[in-house]
Design a protein around this ligand. Structure first.
Ligand code: HPA
Length: 251
C-alpha cells in the first residue's frame, strides 16, 4: 500500500474520499497513531497528516518513529511525503515545486532511529541516496501530466538538497547563508528523521516539496504569513492532483 504523509496545508487527495481510519498502537507513544484511509473506489491509500488533524504538532514534536512504525504495521511499502519549504536556490522560488534528491540534517534532539534498544548487533542503514529514485521519477511524470492539463503552469525543480532545521522558529539570515554554502537548495523542518526512519523499515520514500517563501535573507523582503498561507493553500491543491495522478499511473 501507498501512504501519503501530508505537510502544512495538504488536506486530502483529489478524487479520493475518506473511507475509514485505523488506530495503531506503537511502542513510542501512549496515543495510537490515527491513519486515515482514502479511496477512489479502485485504490485505497493511507493518509497521515504529519502535524495532526488540527495542525497542532510542531515539527520538533512530531512523533516520527510512531508515524513510520504505524505505516509499516498496516502494510505500507511506499511513502510520498508532502512538505512546505523555504527557497534558498533562486530557482526554488515561492510557488515552485521541488523533488529533492539529497538531505543535510541540521536538526537535533529528535529520536532518529529504531535501532537502539535490545540490539543483536549494531545496524547502519545505507542512506547515500535518501530518496527512492524510482518514486521520484514517477512523481516527476505525474507532475508534468498535471501541469500539461493546467491553465497555470507550475515550476518544477526535479532535484534539490533539502536542509532540515530544528524549528519551530525560522532561521537567521546567517544560518541560511551557511546552508547555502553547504549546498542546500531548500530548507524545511520535517524531512528528518522521517526519511531515515522510513529507510530503516525498508519503505520507499520520496518527497514533493512546495516552496512557500524565500528562506531568511535570500531576498530583501519581510515574511508575510498571509502570502505564505495563500501559496500553501493553492500549491497544496495542485500537490493533491499530482498525488492523484501518481496513483492512477501506478495502479
Ligand atoms: N524555513 C524552514 N522551514 C520552512 C520554511 C523556512 O523558511 N518555509 C517553510 N518551511
Amino acid at each position: 500500500m501507498l501512504a501519503i504523509i501530508g505537510g502544512t496545508g495538504f488536506n486530502g487527495i483529489q478524487g479520493f474520499k475518506e473511507v475509514g481510519f485505523k488506530r495503531i498502537a506503537t511502542p513510542f507513544t501512549k496515543n495510537r497513531v490515527i491513519i486515515q484511509l482514502y479511496s477512489n473506489n479502485s485504490t485505497t491509500v493511507a493518509f497521515l497528516p504529519r502535524h495532526g488533524k488540527q495542525h497542532s504538532i510542531p515539527p520538533h514534536k512530531v512523533n516520527y518513529r510512531a508515524n513510520i512504525w504505524a505505516l509499516h504495521a498496516i502494510g505500507v511499502k511506499s511513502v510520498i511525503a508532502i512538505n512546505a519549504v523555504g527557497g534558498i536556490n533562486l530557482k526554488a522560488l515561492p510557488e515552485a515545486f521541488i523533488l529533492p534528491h539529497q538531505i543535510i540534517d541540521y536538526s537535533y534532539g529528535r529520536n532518529t532511529t529504531f535501532f537502539e534498544d535490545d540490539l543483536d548487533h549494531v545496524t547502519h542503514i545505507d542512506f547515500t541516496f535518501p530518496f527512492a529514485e524510482e518514486l521520484r521519477l514517477k512523481l516527476r511524470e505525474a507532475f508534468h501530466l498535471c501541469n500539461q492539463n493546467s491553465a497555470i503552469k507550475r515550476v518544477l525543480l526535479d532535484y534539490g538538497v533539502y536542509g532540515c532545521t530544528q524549528g519551530p522558529r525560522l532561521e537567521t539570515a546567517a544560518e541560511i547563508g551557511r546552508l547555502s554554502q553547504d549546498g542546500c537548495d531548500i530548507v524545511g523542518m520535517t524531512a528528518m528523521p522521517e526519511a531515515a526512519l522510513a529507510r530503516e523499515l525498508k519503505l520507499n520514500y520520496a518527497m514533493i516539496a512546495l516552496c512557500v517563501n524565500w528562506a531568511a535573507g535570500v531576498k530583501d523582503e519581510k515574511l508575510d504569513m498571509d502570502k505564505i498561507n495563500h501559496i500553501a493553500q493553492k500549491g497544496m491543491e495542485f500537490a493533491s492532483q499530482v498525488v492523484s495522478e501518481f496513483i492512477s499511473l501506478n495502479s
